[in-house]
Design a protein around this ligand. Structure first.
Ligand code: ADP
Ligand code: MG
Ligand code: MG
Length: 197
C-alpha cells in the first residue's frame, strides 16, 4: 500500500526532517508529515486501490493537517486522485494518469502557494521529477524518477528561501536541504516501491 509505505519512509526520516525544518523554519515538518500519514493510515479502507488511497489521503491533508505544507500536499494528492479515478486500469494508463495528476497538482500548488522553482520549497523536487516524467517512455521507470526527486531535494541545500518561514532566517538554512522538498522525494520513493512491487 502506497500511503503505508510513505508513512514508513517518513517515520524513518522523522528525525532528519525535523532537523531540516529546525534549521530553516519552526521544526514541525517531521511531525506534520508523519502525523498526517498516520491519520491517513487510520482512515484507509483495507481494500483501497491506488485511486482510493489518493482520495483518502487528500481529504486528510486538506481537512485535518496544519502547517503550510499540509493543504499544499492535499491539493497535489487531490489532483492525482481525480486523474486516477478517471483512468483505465492498464499499467501504462495508470502511469499516464499519475503523470497528468502530478502535473495538475503541481500547478495547483504553484497557484495557491505562489512559489517559483528555486525558492527552496517542495516545488524544487516536484518540478524536476515532473520534467523527467513528461519525457519518460511508458511504462515509467519510477525508480529513476525517485532518484531525480532525491537529487533535486538535496540540491535545495544550496538555495536561499524566498517563500515560507525559511525566508525569515535568510542564510542560516544554507547547507541544509528544504524539509518539504525532501518530504516530496520520500513520496516518490514510496511510489517507486509501489509501482515496482
Ligand atoms: P510551516 O512553515 O507552517 O511550519 P511546514 O513545516 O508544515 O509548514 O512545511 C514547510 C515546508 O512547506 C517547507 O519546507 C517548504 O517545502 C514548503 N513550503 C513553504 N511555503 C511554500 C510555498 N509557498 N509553496 C510551496 N511549498 C511551500
Ligand atoms: Mg514547519
Ligand atoms: Mg509550523
Amino acid at each position: 500500500m502506497l500511503m503505508r509505505t510513505y508513512l514508513d519512509l517518513t517515520t524513518e526520516a522523522h528525525a532528519s526532517l525535523t532537523a531540516m525544518d529546525q534549521a530553516a523554519g519552526d521544526g514541525d515538518f517531521g511531525d506534520n508529515l508523519r502525523d498526517a500519514l498516520r491519520l491517513v493510515d487510520s482512515r484507509m479502507p483495507d481494500d483501497a486501490g491506488l485511486a482510493v488511497e489518493f482520495a483518502v489521503a487528500a481529504t486528510c491533508f486538506l481537512d485535518e493537517v496544519g502547517g503550510t505544507s499540509g493543504p499544499l500536499i492535499g491539493l497535489l494528492l487531490q489532483e492525482i486522485a481525480a486523474a486516477l479515478a478517471a483512468a483505465p486500469a492498464g499499467r501504462s494508463e495508470v502511469d499516464d494518469a499519475l503523470v497528468a495528476g502530478l502535473a495538475a497538482g503541481i500547478a495547483a500548488v504553484q497557484r495557491v502557494g505562489e512559489a517559483q522553482v528555486g525558492d527552496r520549497t517542495m516545488l524544487d523536487s516536484l518540478v524536476p521529477a515532473l520534467d523527467l516524467l513528461t519525457e519518460a517512455p511508458r511504462p515509467v521507470d519510477w525508480a529513476a524518477v525517485a532518484a531525480e526527486a532525491r537529487r533535486a531535494a538535496e540540491a535545495t541545500a544550496g538555495l536561499k528561501a524566498r517563500m515560507g518561514r525559511a525566508s525569515y532566517v535568510g542564510e542560516r538554512a544554507l547547507g541544509t536541504p528544504d524539509a518539504g522538498a525532501v518530504g516530496m522525494a520520500l513520496f516518490f520513493a514510496a511510489l517507486a516501491q509501489e509501482r515496482t512491487a
